[in-house]
Design a protein around this ligand. Structure first.
Ligand SMILES: NC(=O)c1ccc[n+]([C@@H]2O[C@H](COP(=O)([O-])OP(=O)(O)OC[C@H]3O[C@@H](n4cnc5c(N)ncnc54)[C@H](O)[C@@H]3O)[C@@H](O)[C@H]2O)c1
Ligand SMILES: O=P(O)(O)OC[C@H](O)CO
Length: 345
């Protein structure tokens, strides 16, 4: 069954957090640049009243208040409205993706996964979650260095668009997503794109901890490089390709997120390094720091599969309150000396 009454080139975004809203704006910019006069972007918001306020004020007053949205962006609170669209970007946080997609009426469509995380409990990556919740969908993953406020403001960046349907799917999706300032690069390594985004969030927490403890910029750079080694080790063990992880969705995003208090994950780590608990640092926040939910499940999978991820393990213990931040750093610094490159065959 194809998406009922689907209009050619119709596109929507599920999830009106900061990133969903910024992506809706980027898609509207792409439509304007290609001269597609009538094109609209439908944005689904779950919060009561938010869709109506976006339509009235052109602003998402909860998650991205600084951006004025294009008139091409139209918001809805009805999931049924998304059913007839050909392409959907799924931008709800990793832990909620399965439940939200299960509410989507069945249909054959492209779903572009934009959350960066691993599902707690099941350990599933986003494409596995989506394949179960929305059977028949053609899946792709969009991931890279993309602070929402910068993308919404039209500043340039580039992302990996990993297409499970290969070149044919890319040919369909890229023209709808690409604009002068928002450049997708083709990949068919879906697992690599998912792992890059999920793991970098945990490593950004670690970099925040280093900053919070005042350990200096050398330590942060060393942590990024050793964290990247963990990402690579985990990715290779799960079938990702090394070149994907060295690209935009891996190293590119890792460098961004590990270097800025604009990152919610880095900021969470900063608070932990300054001696606050994860509960304190996260309480009362409407916004998500995906690494907090991903760290424990990632550490568990890595331990189960014999993939050495000491930084991820240390972050997990600090988040759980099992270890003060400074003691966690000690566990890393006191590890036996070893060869720099050690990956699974
Ligand atoms: N913000 C960014 O700059 C950015 C950039 C790239 C990727 N991402 C990723 O995009 C995803 C969404 O993040 P965001 O920044 O848009 O979110 P956000 O922090 O701005 O907002 C939280 C989102 O969670 C949703 N939510 C809360 N409880 C929910 C529930 N029970 N069921 C369903 N949805 C619920 C809210 O509706 C809202 O959309 C995350 O995986 C994040 O890692 C974010
Ligand atoms: O604010 P963060 O830490 O969720 O990072 C946002 C994006 O993932 C950066 O690419």
């Amino acid at each position: 069954m194809s998406a009922k009454g689907a209009q050619a080139g119709s596109i929507g975004v599920i999830g009106a957090g900061a990133w969903g809203t910024a992506l809706a704006q980027a898609l509207a910019n792409a439509a304007r640049e290609r001269g597609d006069e009538g094109a609209q972007v439908l944005l689904w918001a779950r919060e009561p009243g938010l869709a109506a306020r976006i339509n009235e004020t052109r602003r998402n007053d909860i998650y991205l208040p600084q951006a004025e949205l294009s008139p091409r962006v139209r918001a809805t609170s009805e999931m049924a409205d998304m059913a007839g669209l050909e392409v959907l970007l799924a931008v709800v946080p990793a832990q909620f993706l399965g439940n939200v997609l299960a509410d989507l009426p069945a249909g054959q469509r492209d779903i572009v996964l934009c959350a960066k995380g691993i599902e707690a409990g099941s350990g599933r990556l986003m494409a596995e979650v989506a394949a179960a919740a929305a059977p028949g969908a053609r899946l792709a993953v969009l991931s890279g260095p993309t602070f929402a406020h910068e993308v919404a403001g039209g500043l340039p960046t580039a992302v990996t668009l990993a297409c499970s349907g290969g070149q044919e799917q890319w040919d369909r999706l890229a023209p709808m997503i690409a604009s002068h300032a928002f450049r997708p690069y083709y990949s068919d390594d879906v697992i690599g794109a998912e792992i890059g985004g999920a793991v970098k969030n945990v490593l950004a927490i670690a970099c925040g901890v280093v900053e919070g403890l005042g350990l200096g910029q050398n330590a942060r750079a060393a942590l990024i490089a050793r964290g990247y080694a963990e990402m690579l080790r985990f990715g290779l063990a799960r079938g990702a390709r090394a070149e994907t992880l060295s690209g935009l969705c891996g190293l590119g995003d890792l460098v961004l997120t590990c270097s800025s208090t604009s990152s919610r994950n880095f900021s969470l780590g900063l608070a932990l390094g300054q001696g606050r608990s994860a509960t304190e640092a996260l309480s009362g926040k409407a916004t998500v720091a995906e690494g907090a939910a991903t760290a424990p499940v990632l550490a568990e999978i890595a331990a189960r599969d014999g993939v050495d991820m000491p930084i991820v393990a240390a972050v997990t213990r600090v988040l759980a309150g099992e270890l003060p931040a400074a003691a966690a750093v000690e566990t890393i610094l006191s590890r036996p000396l070893r060869a720099e490159q050690e990956y699974a065959p």
